[in-house]
Design a protein around this ligand. Structure first.
Ligand code: EPU
Length: 343
C-alpha cells in the first residue's frame, strides 16, 4: 500500500485552499481499509477521512493520516413492491450517482442534483436541497470503525439525522462517531409511488415559465441543474463550499421581534413550531454581498456562499466568516453556525 507524503490538497477541496496532507493513502477497497487499520505505523493514531472535500475549510496542513475515499460502484440491490433499493460505494460522485439513478428509471433524488461531493460524505451532512433531504430517501449505510477495524451497518434512526447534521458530525466524547468512522457504502430507498416535490419558489417559477404542470423526474433534475448553475458558483471556476452557514431556527417570539424591526426578513414556519430564517437574507441585509476580506469573499449572487477569489487561505475564509457572524449578531441577535467542517 502506497503512503504518499506531502500531498498537495488544492485540487482535493472545493474551496481550492492551498494546504498539504503530511501523509495520504488512497482507499479503493475494503481490503485497503483493513490494511491501513492494522498497519503497525498507524495503529491507534488519528486519521482523517476525505471524500470530495466539498464541505471543509482547510486552515493548515493535515497532520493525521488522510484516507482519501476512492471506492467506486453502484447497483440495484432490490426491486420490491414499494421501492427500488439502490446502493453506491462511498467514493462515487454524488451528482453522477443521481444522474445514473434517473437514467435507470429510479426517480427520487432529482431535487438533490448538482450538490457537490461524494456519496460517502452525503449522510455526514444529511445533504438537502429544494425540499428533499438525504434522510427522506435513505435506507442504510455500511461503515468501518477506524480504531477497531470493525464493520457495521446503521439505519436512519441510528444515523440521528438532523438539519445538515448526523451522528458523524459529533465527537466520540458524546455518542457521536466523528473522527473514527469511514462510511463505505450507502443504500437508498427510492419509492415506486414517486411524487414530484415542487414546493420551492424557484421550482414554481419553472412550472409557470415552461407551462409544464406535471414535470417528470428528469425534467425536475434539469430544472434543478439550471437553478443551481444560475445562482451558485461552480467550484471548478470559483472555489467555494456551498452554503457556508446553516439557516438558523428561532422561536416565533424571536421572529416576531425581528419582523417588528425588519419587516422584509425571509422566514419559513417549520412543522415543530419553530421558525427558520434565511441566513442568506440576514447576511445580505448586513451589506456583505460581494464584499471581501483578503482573498476570501461573499458571492455576488448568493450571500450564503463564501468564495475563494484566488489564493485565499483558510484563515482568511474564517476571518471573513467571523466578521459576518459578528455583524449578523450585532444587528439581529442571531448566532450563525458554519456548515462546513473547519480542519
Ligand atoms: N436571500 C437573500 N439574499 C441572498 C441569499 C438569499 O435575500 O443573498 C433570501 C432570498 O429571499 C431567498 C431566501 O433567502 O429566497 C432563501 O435562499 P435560497 O432559496 O437560495 O436557499 P438558501 O436557504 O440560501 C438552502 C440550502 C441550500 C439549498 C437551497 C435550496 C442551507 C444552509 N442551504 O439555501 O443548500 O441548495 O436551500 O434548497 O440550508 C448547501 O447546503 O451547500 C446548499 C447549497
Amino acid at each position: 500500500m502506497l503512503i504518499e507524503k506531502n500531498v498537495p490538497l488544492e485540487s482535493c477541496n472545493s474551496f481550492r485552499i492551498v494546504a498539504k496532507a503530511n501523509c495520504m493513502v488512497r482507499i479503493a477497497s475494503l481490503t485497503d481499509i483493513e490494511t491501513i487499520v492494522a498497519h503497525p505505523d498507524w495503529l491507534g493514531r488519528s486519521k482523517f477521512v476525505l471524500g470530495g472535500g466539498s464541505n471543509i475549510v482547510l486552515t493548515g496542513d493535515i497532520k493525521p493520516l488522510v484516507l482519501k475515499v476512492e471506492m467506486k460502484g453502484r447497483r440495484l440491490l432490490e426491486d420490491n413492491a414499494k421501492a427500488f433499493i439502490v446502493e453506491a460505494d462511498a467514493g462515487e460522485n454524488w451528482h453522477d450517482f443521481v444522474a445514473w439513478t434517473l437514467e435507470q428509471g429510479y426517480p427520487g433524488l432529482e431535487n438533490m442534483a448538482l450538490i457537490p461531493g461524494t456519496v460517502g460524505a452525503a449522510p455526514v451532512q444529511n445533504i438537502g436541497a429544494y425540499g428533499v433531504e438525504l434522510q427522506d430517501r435513505f435506507d442504510s449505510l455500511d461503515a468501518v470503525d477506524l480504531q477497531s477495524g470493525r464493520m457495521f451497518t446503521l439505519n436512519a434512526a441510528q444515523c440521528a439525522f438532523g438539519y445538515r447534521d448526523s451522528v458523524f458530525k459529533h465527537s466520540s466524547s458524546s455518542i457521536g462517531l466523528a473522527g473514527r468512522t469511514l462510511i463505505t457504502r450507502v443504500r437508498f430507498s427510492l419509492p415506486k409511488l414517486w411524487k414530484a416535490v415542487l414546493g420551492y419558489a424557484d421550482l414554481e417559477r419553472k412550472i409557470f415559465e415552461s407551462g409544464i404542470a406535471q414535470p417528470s423526474a428528469q425534467q425536475i433534475f434539469q430544472w434543478i441543474c439550471d437553478i443551481r448553475r444560475s445562482k451558485l458558483p461552480d467550484p471548478l471556476v470559483i472555489g467555494n463550499a456551498g452554503s457556508f452557514f446553516k439557516n438558523p431556527s428561532v422561536t416565533p417570539e424571536q421572529c416576531a421581534d425581528i419582523i417588528a424591526r425588519d419587516p422584509k426578513i425571509v422566514y419559513y414556519h417549520l412543522a415543530d413550531g419553530s421558525v427558520k430564517l434565511a441566513a442568506g437574507w440576514l447576511i445580505d441585509a448586513c451589506g456583505w454581498k460581494g464584499k471581501s476580506v483578503g482573498n476570501a469573499g461573499v458571492y455576488e449572487k448568493q450571500a450564503l456562499v463564501l468564495v475563494n477569489r484566488g489564493g485565499a487561505t483558510g484563515g482568511e475564509v474564517m476571518t471573513l466568516a467571523k466578521a459576518i457572524q459578528t455583524s449578523v449578531y450585532e444587528r439581529f441577535g442571531i448566532r450563525l453556525e458554519p456548515e462546513p467542517v473547519v480542519v
